[in-house]
Design a binder for this molecule. Structure first.
Ligand code: ADP
Ligand code: MG
Length: 303
């Protein structure tokens, strides 16, 4: 059983702390608050899903155990997506991908004055956590508006119309700022398929990266995308090329897109709209990456 732990006590803890913040699949932050009086919030409020990662336990196993012990709810899927250092401790961040996870699902049954909040506001969260640096970092990374670049491709059906329709749908998800021209490109890797039309789009969003990925995949699915052959023909492909200067490498999402710097069909349209944008891992601009990429495959700008 996890004991309430004020901030000073946090400093005395020897082992890594886990699970301070939980988000559901929609990117809503669920935050548990406790205090030693009857009402919330208080100045001495603090939020915790605090627990310790036991010997031999993975962080994911620890958080599932903690949530079940404290809240009578066994998460189906938890995804560990970040570690934040704080006062010499490591705070693990999790996302619960359960579609039905919400405040009502979670029943606090330990102690008085404990309550769940759905928290999307920096000050409320910082106040609650008493760990402002962590929360500020968290919000700066994920809740601030980010410049994102999406690469689009199609080599089945009416490719031009499909790109256009995808841009229209994308405009309902992110604020589109710039669209590149359309390029006709020779297929790479899996070469026994028709030529593609490719383009790139620059936009802004507050969506969390994984949520943006879900929305891109939703657009793909709604436009008849099927994943029959890997790297094979597709009605529409939407790749998240950059999410600000954030670097993510999880099972489901890799940003910057891991192969973009090798692909002239991505770099060419990208260079048209963002030649000076610096790749956050390779620290080279798109223009430089394009100059260094192989040019054995054709990329032809359409009028
Ligand atoms: P590709 O675009 O490489 O031909 P798919 O479009 O079929 O392949 O995507 C395969 C998987 O790649 C998706 O299920 C998705 O989860 C994953 N993926 C990882 N990183 C990204 C990203 N940055 N943008 C889009 N999909 C990504
Ligand atoms: Mg893709």
């Amino acid at each position: 059983m996890i004991q309430p732990m004020p901030n000073d006590a946090l400093r005395l803890k020897k082992k890594a702390q886990c699970g301070l913040l939980i988000e559901n699949a929609r990117g809503e932050v669920l935050l548990q608050l406790r205090d030693n009086k009857s009402e919330i919030p208080y100045p001495n409020c603090w939020g915790t899903f605090g627990g310790q990662i036991e010997e031999g336990e993975e962080p994911e196993e620890a958080i599932i155990r903690e949530i079940q012990e404290e809240l009578d709810y066994r998460p189906l899927t938890v995804e560990h997506y970040g570690i934040f250092p704080c006062d010499g401790y490591e705070i693990y961040m999790f996302r619960c991908l359960d579609p039905d996870l919400n405040i009502k699902t979670l029943q606090v049954h330990e102690g008085q004055g404990a309550k769940f909040f759905s928290c999307t506001d920096l000050d409320a969260a910082a106040f609650a956590f008493n760990c402002r640096e962590i929360v500020r970092d968290y919000f700066a990374r994920f809740h601030a508006e980010k410049t994102v670049f999406i690469g689009l491709g199609s080599n089945m059906g009416d490719r031009e119309a499909l790109l256009k329709a995808a841009c229209t749908m994308l405009a309902g998800v992110i604020t589109i700022e710039t669209e590149s021209s359309v390029y006709e490109t020779e297929p790479v890797e899996y070469e026994d398929q028709g030529w593609f039309l490719n383009m790139a789009v620059q936009g802004r969003t507050r969506l969390f990266p994984e949520v943006l990925l879900e929305k891109l995949q939703h657009i793909e699915a709604s436009m008849g995308r099927q994943r029959a052959v890997p790297k094979g023909p597709r009605t529409i492909d939407l790749d998240m090329l950059f999410y600000g200067d954030t670097v993510i490498s999880s099972g489901r999402l890799a940003v910057p897109h891991p192969r973009l710097h090798e692909r002239a069909f991505v770099l060419e349209p990208l260079a048209e709209i963002a030649a000076g944008f610096a790749h956050p891992v390779l620290h080279k601009t798109i223009a430089v990456l394009l100059a260094q990429a192989g040019n054995e495959k054709q990329v032809i700008k359409k009028q």
